[in-house]
Design a binder for this molecule. Structure first.
Ligand SMILES: *Cc1c(COP(=O)(O)O)cnc(C)c1O
Length: 431
């Protein structure tokens, strides 16, 4: 348990003692010095390493053109596998179990279309009602592709409080009509981190395949996919991985499934050495690379290389340690300086650090949208998820403890001085 003090000097001392403090200079912090970026869980910042890897690829395109496919470093032809092998170290996988390809939701389709198999009376998919909407749309589409009615076939684990999921409840719903389960690692709104090894074990005991959407955990939380025996996983690279807006995503397939034929097939999933034989029978690679569909989006992947370099250099265990300390500190300051009875804000994120991802959800009353507007006007960049949640994500690689302290102090000013009253209740498009 960490010990904290609420004064500014304590924040500055924590920064002085921070072993990862040096990484902040490797990033471009947007706007002016007074801006505090707390939205790295939506869009991670650009690092100088990513800027460099992207510039290098532009130069390779300029100077090498078609030759870049084999002669660029790394060669574009192998880019997806090369970056997959780097990312494998972050998630406890072997090099060929991860590939950098596609986009998050497309990867979901690629994986689920392979692993969603009807086995007698086992026809249903298990997911949860707090899941990211895109995942649910995709699962409904997958069910319709099987010619089955969505209403009966998609089982959504309910949440008691609209914030968190009870893992025991999830297991209760792993009944013998479920063939596959797809759950998030970290819930995007509340920040709850699910117990992946426990859920995987329980699913397997019941003959259910299980996959995870790890968009909100990779880059912030260590994973041990092989040790946990997760069947498959996928995640985006633009949140805690800092790979750039809409950058190429990742997928993991446990090697025990390499023999399965990828059904959303495409030529980049072909056995690498023979891809250019151009024969019409699909021979899939026996690796995660088999689930690629198209040519790698080289420009959208280029920045991911620099981002991975930083993550590996900092080390995911150290990143997690600092991330927990940052969110602990944020919760401490909120409890001390903004008590719920006076300020109307409550913490929606589990208080046990091992049940939390990288952000803290602050839930508010009817003023919460205007408080969010006022916070932005005061130079803090959080984000908002309806109906009532401000998400604050202090990122281990580039946020300071002083950033956290200032965020809470600015919130306090806004509420003490009713600064939010100047803002409209109308909600514009949300990012
Ligand atoms: C961010 C996020 C996505 C994003 O999907 P895209 O296809 O990359 O737009 C999907 N699922 C979850 C859980 C996310 O957090």
């Amino acid at each position: 348990m960490n010990h904290f003090e609420p004064d500014e000097n304590f924040a500055l001392r924590l920064d002085k003692e921070d072993p990862l403090a040096g990484f902040r200079d490797r990033f471009h912090i947007p706007d002016d010095d007074d801006t505090i970026y707390m939205d790295g869980n939506s869009l991670g910042l650009l690092s100088k390493d990513s800027e460099e890897s992207l510039a290098r690829v532009m130069k390779e395109w300029k100077n090498q053109a078609i030759k870049g496919w084999l002669e660029a470093k790394p060669a574009w032809f192998h880019l997806a596998e090369t970056l997959g092998a780097m990312a494998a170290q972050l998630v406890g996988a072997e090099a060929n179990e991860v590939v950098c390809t596609g986009t998050t939701t497309v990867n979901l389709h690629a994986l689920v279309s392979t692993f969603y198999r009807l086995k007698g009376s086992r026809t249903k998919i298990l997911a949860d009602e707090l899941n990211f909407p895109s995942d649910i749309y995709a699962l409904k589409g997958q069910i319709k592709l099987k010619g089955l009615p969505v209403e009966d076939q998609l089982v959504l684990v309910p949440s008691q409080d609209g914030r968190i999921l009870d893992e025991e409840k999830i297991v209760e719903l792993m009944t013998d009509d479920i063939t596959i389960a797809l759950l998030p690692s970290v819930l995007y709104r509340s920040g709850q981190l699910l117990d992946i090894p426990f859920l995987t074990r329980k699913a397997h005991e019941r003959g259910i395949l299980i996959g995870f959407d790890c968009s909100h955990s990779v880059g912030a939380v260590p994973h041990k996919f092989d040790e946990w025996e997760v069947d498959f996983a996928f995640w985006c690279s633009y949140k805690y991985m800092n790979g750039g807006p809409g950058s190429t995503a990742f997928l993991y397939v446990n090697k025990k499934h390499f023999h399965q034929e990828p059904l959303l097939a495409g030529w980049f999933g072909y056995v690498k050495e023979k891809q250019f034989d151009m024969v019409l029978d699909f021979q899939h690679a026996h690796s995660a690379g088999g689930w690629q569909i198209s040519s790698p989006a080289v420009l959208s992947t280029a920045a991911v290389e620099g981002a991975l370099k930083i993550l590996l250099e900092a080390g995911i265990e150290r990143i997690r340690e600092k991330s927990i300390r940052l969110t602990e500190y944020l919760i401490f300051l909120k409890d001390h300086l903004l008590p719920a009875d006076k300020y109307g804000l409550i913490i929606g994120t589990p208080r046990e650090p091992e049940r939390r991802g990288g952000h803290v959800a602050l839930e508010g009353d009817e003023n919460i949208w205007r408080i969010h507007q006022a916070l932005k006007a005061k130079g803090v960049v959080p984000d908002f998820r309806p109906p009532n949640t401000i998400r604050i994500a202090p990122i281990a690689l580039y946020n300071t403890y002083h950033d956290v302290w200032q965020t809470v102090l600015r919130l306090k000013d806004i509420i003490d001085n009713k600064e939010y009253e100047k803002f409209s209740e109308d909600r514009a498009a949300i990012t």
